[in-house]
Design a protein around this ligand. Structure first.
Ligand code: ADP
Length: 219
């Protein structure tokens, strides 16, 4: 297999059971890099479970998860190269935009040169250059979500997962965030995955996946 074919995320025969309850049943799926993919389904269908299995916050009962062709099923969350964006932004309130974005790079002791070039790149990608010294409380919801996206991408994550990223935003702002996620996938070549119950949002994506009866299928 060429590197290009392997780039992205794969689920191989993933089953996840919680006691008697099967949340996901023998799901096999390829999610390509450089594309914006949505995972759609009603509440309780297994969206959060799928996201947590990809991120490494849950372990599958059977099956495996591959990132760029590498089996990461037993790789801890911090070593998987996966960035996560949540509905409620989850920014550090006591840190500025700049400090939030640099958090992961500082934690792994990136050089000053690496930090400043990644910071400039992320600020430009998310249109936050002029707001770099503000605190989260001084930003709108849409701006805060852009910081969360920049932070999730700053540490060289190969996959960006977003869990209902526009759930707290008005229609226009949501459209801007969706456009940014799409642009991020195309410009950075990363695998960008949004999990949502909103068909309207899901259908904005390049690829739409739907969870039906515990199975994840391409629409
Ligand atoms: P969604 O995100 O689509 O709302 P979830 O992935 O949260 O769905 O849940 C899928 C199914 O698995 C649901 O029936 C839910 O009740 C069950 N479930 C999720 N997490 C747990 C858990 N920690 N323990 C037991 N059952 C769970």
């Amino acid at each position: 297999m060429t590197e290009r074919q392997a780039a992205g995320l794969q689920l191989r025969a993933i089953t996840k059971r919680y006691g008697e309850q099967t949340a996901l049943h023998e799901t096999t799926l390829k999610i390509p890099a450089g594309r914006f993919t949505s995972i759609l389904g009603p509440s309780g269908c297994g969206k959060s479970t799928t996201l947590m299995l990809i991120a490494g916050l849950e372990t599958p009962t059977s099956g495996c998860v591959l990132v760029d062709g590498e089996d990461v099923t037993n790789t801890p969350v911090e070593a998987r190269g996966i960035g996560i964006v949540f509905q409620n932004y989850a920014l550090f309130p006591n840190l500025t935009v700049k400090e939030n974005i640099l958090y992961g790079l500082r934690a792994r002791k990136a050089t000053d040169a690496e930090q400043s070039s990644r910071l400039a790149e992320m600020l430009e990608l998310t249109y936050l250059t002029d707001l770099a010294d503000r605190y989260p409380a001084e930003l709108s919801g849409g701006q805060q979500q852009r910081v969360a996206i920049a932070r999730a991408l700053a540490s060289e994550s190969k996959v960006l997962l977003a869990d209902e990223p526009t759930g707290n935003l008005d229609e226009d702002t949501s459209a801007g965030i969706i456009e940014l996620l799409k642009q991020t996938a195309h410009e950075t070549g990363k695998c960008v995955i949004v999990v949502t119950h909103s068909r309207q949002l899901a259908e904005e994506a390049d690829e739409v996946m739907e969870i039906k009866e515990g199975k994840l299928k391409k629409v």
